[in-house]
Design a protein around this ligand. Sequence first.
Ligand code: NAD
Ligand code: MG
Length: 385
Amino acid sequence: MRKISIFGATGSIGSNTFDLIRRDKAAYDVVALSGAGNIALLAAQAKEFNAEIAITALPERLDDLRDALSGTSIEVAAGADAIAEAAERKVDWGMSAIVGAAGLRASMALARHGGILALANKESMVCAGDLLLAECAAHGTKMLPVDSEHSALFQAMNGEDAKTLRRLILTATGGPFKDFTTEQMRGVTPEQAVKHPKWNMGQRISIDSASMFNKALEVIEAKYIFACKPSQIEVVVHPEAIVHSMVEYVDHTIIAHMGSPDMRGAIGYALHWPSRAPNPIKPLDFATLGSLSFASPDEARFPALRLARETLSMGGHAGAIFNAAKEAALDAFIAKKIGFLDMADMVEKTLYHPQLESIRDENQSSIAHVLAADAQARALVNAQI
Ligand code: NAD
Ligand code: MG
């Protein structure tokens, strides 16, 4: 039996992971599961898979979790430290699917087991890519990207010589405001922004897709995962969300990865790697699809992409600052304290803030330094709201 843990078990990626492992329950021995406010779901998952421990991120919900699991032998715990400690429990396969930089410590712990780190939490790579990859290398852990674009790129590079890579082409649907003017975007609400045309995802990543901050994070994520130059990473708008990304080689051959827009594809690949297994996602029918379209992204309307490139040119803790500023601005947008377009303005101001200049340019030396950069960036954004 394979020992597994799922951090962010109650979210969209977590639920899709359960959908797959539920089909072959006897193959998995569940160690740790984490969630936050959805105690009923966390407890149900822990009972269904007889987990060793269930942890809620919210200390004030520990009693509720204990009550929900009373009469079982499942351990309970709460808080960020408890999540990080539970991630230290040895597993063969660990899913990092907490949303935001809050998932960083779990990713780092899962990188130390020498098995597989299935990485949905792109923020870990954006904030601390150098440290996370070094931790994986030091412990012989295989990091498998679960972000659909990066899973696609990884699969398109199977068996290829990395030295022959010419370009990575990340696809983006363009989100619900693809054809909006800047003026139209100024007044959009969180309720409109969360409605993604193709992918069914958590609230925060859905809104990030509407602003293209999600693609911006993915450009930074790709630079770390595939160790390429920022100039080798392109973004193309592809509204049908069938081509999940493409790799071009020096001979101008392009290998594209295609499939239905369903995260169980990328999760299943990480679960069964290096092999493949049947997956319940809908097969593609090209005649029904008819045609696929591609267009250049408009960086004037979606400044997040330009900011990602600027972040990459800075290096060090710029990714952590970029991500933290984005998370704080997103919180404010969801709380209706700022407008949709204010998010990019705030990220830009924070990225270039003179107070952050010295920490921004420091190399990533420890998670504590990364978290300090994160905290300072959040404080600067929050002071403006
Ligand atoms: P979600 O909001 O649906 O779920 C987030 C999970 O994290 C939940 O289990 C929640 O309880 C937990 N959580 C929230 N705040 C927390 C905190 N402060 N501390 C600890 N746990 C906390 O999010 P999601 O859409 O499943 O995304 C999870 C991660 O996967 C994100 O990093 C996202 O960018 C990435 N991702 C998601 C998708 C997708 O299709 N949903 C695709 C690609 C990448
Ligand atoms: Mg993605």
